[in-house]
Ligand binder design. Structure first.
Ligand code: PEP
Length: 252
């Protein structure tokens, strides 16, 4: 039985005041929600604040990216070990917004995955197809390529406790969600790919869905056998909505 993960991607949102309030609201609202890992990923500059406010609670804090380098002459980058030192436990990697805006490649994302694991962070590897790729029938080829590049560079042992987030690009921030059947088809293919490398990895790895997930649709998505939680953008900025998704994960 895989323990579900519900992770908020706060993107470029928040302020000292808002970030603190949202963390406090989540910590108090989480009381009584058991059987799910709950995490949020604020912007880097709010990481110390978020970790301090969440210290000693069940709320995990993560980051939205890390450098593939530990330290050195890499202007503007943040090392995974630096984030871990503050208390971060998770790193979202290869989000489609970074792939599109920053030209992140499959191999570059894989290098970040290795850096995150090396610093003790749990990587959430984002994979997903554009609408044009889906329409061309290339969905499974795209997500398989994105996953395989990481697996080839890490090996099974190096993949470790890594999480995969299937995030169809056409569903992110659009209000258009993949149907449970569409998502399940891709999740099952990704799990099959992991299992082809190692049966235990296929069975144990968490594969979460992301793309306009909210309280109203989380239950039907997470009821699918290979969907183990969610990576949530917009709805994670509202504590009630985000916690409704966490409750749906427990019920699924
Ligand atoms: C995301 O950016 O990872 C995401 C899933 O966004 P949203 O929930 O807003 O579609």
């Amino acid at each position: 039985m895989r323990r579900p993960l519900v992770c908020g991607n706060w993107k470029l949102n928040g302020s000292i005041g808002k970030t603190g309030q949202l963390i406090d609201a989540l910590v108090s609202g989480m009381t009584g929600i058991d059987g799910v890992d709950i995490a949020v990923c604020p912007v880097f500059v709010h990481l110390p604040l978020a970790c301090e406010r969440a210290a000693g609670t069940a709320l995990h804090i993560g980051v939205q990216d890390v450098s593939d380098q530990a330290q050195g002459a890499f202007t503007g980058e943040v090392g995974a070990g630096m984030a871990a030192e503050f208390g971060a436990r998770i790193a979202i990697l290869g989000h489609s917004e970074r792939r599109a805006r920053h030209g992140e490649t499959d191999a570059g994302v894989a290098a970040k995955f290795i850096a995150a694991r090396g610093a003790g962070l749990t990587p959430i590897l984002c994979v997903g197809e554009t609408l044009a790729e889906r329409d061309a029938g290339d969905t499974l080829a795209v997500v398989t390529r994105q996953l395989d590049t990481v697996l080839e560079m890490t090996g099974v042992a190096g993949f470790g406790d890594g999480v995969i987030a299937y995030e169809p690009v056409w569903a992110i921030g659009t209000g258009r969600t993949a149907t449970p059947e569409q998502a399940q088809e891709v999740h099952a293919a990704l799990r099959g790919r992991l299992a082809a490398h190692d049966a235990a990895l296929g069975e144990g790895a968490r594969i979460v869905y992301g793309g306009s997930m909210k309280g109203a649709n989380a239950g039907e998505l997470m009821a699918m056998p290979d969907i183990d939680g969610g990576l949530i953008g917009g709805a994670s900025l509202d504590a009630d909505e985000f916690l409704a998704i966490a409750r749906a994960a427990v019920a699924a």
